[in-house]
Design a protein around this ligand. Structure first.
Ligand code: SAH
Length: 352
């Protein structure tokens, strides 16, 4: 059993690349039992048993990109496309505010229909109506000017998963127009502007090796993001990866615990993808050291159309039902769903 290495990770918050590789390659159930217990107690020290909720508003299923893993890729002719208007989005927020959400996450494909001006109007609209909420953006790659304009309009946070920190692996998951270099450049810019920034990756994406994962963990440790999103890769039937295997619950939970110990203060969601590969995946994620959940606030009529991967959960229920269901689920995992913006305890150091 790897007690020594796990204790070192717990006490120092870091390991060498070699040790990380060893920990992952030789992991056993007993290792995970110890690791997850340490990760959960680290999380309790920083945030208690609070679980922060973010209302996810999936505003557009149009995308100009062609990522090989994603069901929204532009070459997917079977994808049903939709866009939410500013009014639709504000209605989602109103519903969400009433249910206790104090963070709204706008996520969508890279859809040029939404100009910077339109996004600014939407952000200003949300902030004016709900001044005690945080706005998180997950809009993909944009220019520095655009990131800055949206920040000045009031956006607080930005999620941009790096997807993999290995450039060769990145090239096998994406069309050639997309590069790891540019992805990283965007992440750096977001941080410089002053966003609370989130990166992350899929667990078990095609061609991922343990060395890739070690690079991901090293990047995360060095970049010091306020948020990290990881979830299992799940194949989508209308993508080139339709025959590939999904990432596992076991490895995802193990890595959630490692990330909690590498970055004790990080905001770490138990993702919808985790809840999709296992009926109690999100509860298990909380027990492994996660402290965020991101239920869907999108109008029920469009939910099935935001299809990143197959069999996504919670596409039928109203948001209110989802919150009640999640509250019970979190309680069963010892977590308490709270009404709170849930800002990071990692300081934001603006460079500009
Ligand atoms: N267009 C935005 C939002 C992308 S969707 C952007 O580029 O950032 C959010 C995340 O879903 C992606 O970053 C990716 O990591 C994840 N995702 C996409 N397809 C997936 C799949 N098949 N299985 C699991 N996660 C997937």
């Amino acid at each position: 059993m790897q007690t020594e290495i796990i204790n070192k990770l717990y006490w120092t918050g870091d390991l060498t690349d070699e040790e990380l590789k060893q920990l992952i390659e030789n992991r056993t159930e007993e290792d995970f039992a110890l690791l997850s217990q340490k990760a959960r107690s680290r999380c309790d020290e920083e945030y208690g048993n609070k679980v922060y909720m973010r209302g996810l508003i999936e505003f557009s299923s149009y995308c100009k990109n062609d990522c090989l893993y994603c069901g929204l890729r532009r070459s997917n002719r079977n994808a049903e496309r939709y866009r939410l208007s500013k009014e639709d989005i504000l209605n989602c927020c109103e519903n969400g505010y009433r249910l206790g959400f104090r963070t709204f996450v706008l996520q969508g494909g890279e859809d040029a229909f939404y100009s910077d001006d339109l996004f600014c109007e939407i952000i200003e609209g949300i902030k004016k109506k709900f001044p005690d909420t945080a706005v998180t953006l997950s809009l993909g790659e944009r220019s520095r000017e655009s990131f800055k304009g949206l920040f000045d309009a009031g956006a607080d946070r930005y999620l941009l998963r790096h997807e993999t920190a290995d450039s060769e692996h990145y090239g096998r998951l994406h069309p050639k127009e997309l590069t790891l270099e540019h992805r990283m450049e965007c992440l750096k810019t977001l941080k410089e502007i002053g966003y609370q920034t989130g990166c992350g990756f899929m667990v078990g994406s095609p061609y991922q090796t343990v060395d890739c994962i070690v690079k991901d963990l090293r990047f995360i440790k060095e970049f010091q993001p306020q948020m990290v999103g990881i979830g299992p890769f799940i194949p989508h039937k209308d993508t080139p990866f339709k025959e590939e295997k999904a990432g596992t619950l076991e490895l995802t939970l193990f890595l959630l615990s490692v990330i909690r110990l590498l970055l004790p203060k990080v905001l770490l969601p138990a993702t919808t993808a985790l809840g999709t590969i296992d009926p109690t995946g999100r509860e298990k994620g909380i027990k492994a050291g996660a402290n965020v959940v991101m239920p869907n606030l999108s109008p029920v009529g469009v939910r099935k159309k935001y299809s990143l991967y197959d069999n996504k959960i919670c596409t039928g229920e109203e948001a209110a039902e989802c919150v009640e269901c999640l509250r019970r689920r979190m309680q069963s995992a010892g977590g308490e769903l709270v009404v709170d913006r849930g800002d990071s305890r990692i300081a934001v150091n603006k460079v500009l």
